[in-house]
Design a protein around this ligand. Structure first.
Ligand SMILES: [Zn+2]
Length: 294
């Protein structure tokens, strides 16, 4: 009997020029279910895959997973637990819970659209839109949109931003499981305006990045004992040496990134190949096992 995966690989290779390898995002994107393996993140957030991933239930008492057609509500058990707990924390702030966006594909890996990261089940997007209902249908979860919390010039938050957003982000950042949280620069700017020294330990985890005005992106640390997970270095702690990130890094976002007339160069970011071009040879060898496992 031909295994489904072998069939997919054969089909893909037939469609490719001689010698070309199938793309990893096509292979992982075709997998409808997780691997029957011990749960483990494999590789790096933007170059890896996830063994034994767990599904965030489509609807829970304090959350709904959005855009179910994408089948990206899969993550490491640590991430699923974290999100469920964060959605409970949201209710303490007066929200009904959370709308959860993309986590990972059933076996992680590179995606055919969107995110460079989200590959190992330790990244998740949370919508800025406070839930109006937690009984949305599948169809409603495809059509409803989140809200943007920043102004058109990107320099400040707009009237959609609330103290609850700030408290939710603080609650997430104070959690030791969290490595960093990506937000629009306007959010970091706002949080820095009211920061005191006591806020430094968690505020440094809030990182400005392009986009991220309709959702924030939570990245968890490699769970203890996950030997094949590659931690992000430098970690936020090492990078900022005890600072809160409200100084040099943020001023670059304000003066350069948000000002197209200024010098184009920002902080040096080493050029890296797009995960969309990865073949299996670009991923850790264990990802081939993840792909082949039942
Ligand atoms: Zn994300």
């Amino acid at each position: 009997m031909i295994r489904p995966l072998a069939a997919i690989a054969t089909i893909l290779s037939l469609a490719l020029p001689a010698g070309a390898e199938p793309l990893a995002n096509q292979l992982f994107g075709a997998m409808p279910s997780p691997s029957a393996q011990r749960s483990e993140p494999v590789g790096f957030y933007s170059r890896g895959c996830g063994a034994g991933m767990v599904q965030l239930p489509e609807t829970g008492p304090t959350w709904q997973a959005m855009r179910l057609s994408r089948n990206r509500n899969w993550g490491q058990p640590e991430m699923i637990t974290f999100l469920e707990q964060l959605s409970v924390a949201a209710t303490k702030l007066g929200w009904r819970g959370l709308y959860i966006g993309d986590i990972s594909q059933p076996r992680g890996g590179p995606m055919t659209s969107g995110h460079a990261s989200h590959q190992i089940g330790l990244d998740a997007d949370v919508w800025m839109l406070p839930p109006s209902s937690l009984t949305l249908s599948r169809a409603q979860r495809e059509s409803i949109s989140s809200i943007s919390i920043r102004t058109a010039d990107q320099r400040s938050v707009n009237s959609n931003w609330t103290p609850q957003h700030q408290a939710l982000l603080q609650s997430a950042a104070m959690d030791d499981r969290v490595d960093r949280i990506f937000v629009a620069a306007a959010v970091k700017i706002r949080m820095c305006q009211t920061a005191t020294a006591a806020d430094t330990p968690w505020l440094q985890k809030i990182r400005p990045i392009a986009g991220h005005n309709t959702h924030f992106h939570i990245r968890l640390k490699c769970p203890a004992g996950s030997r094949n997970c590659t931690p992000q270095t430098p970690t936020v702690n090492e990078l900022s040496k005890g600072g809160n990130g409200c100084d040099e890094t943020l001023s670059w976002w304000v003066t350069d990134y948000l000002n197209p007339q200024s010098a184009p160069a920002g902080p040096a970011v080493p050029a890296s190949p797009s995960p969309r071009t990865f073949t299996m040879a670009d991923l850790p060898a264990q990802c081939t096992d993840v792909l082949r496992a039942r």
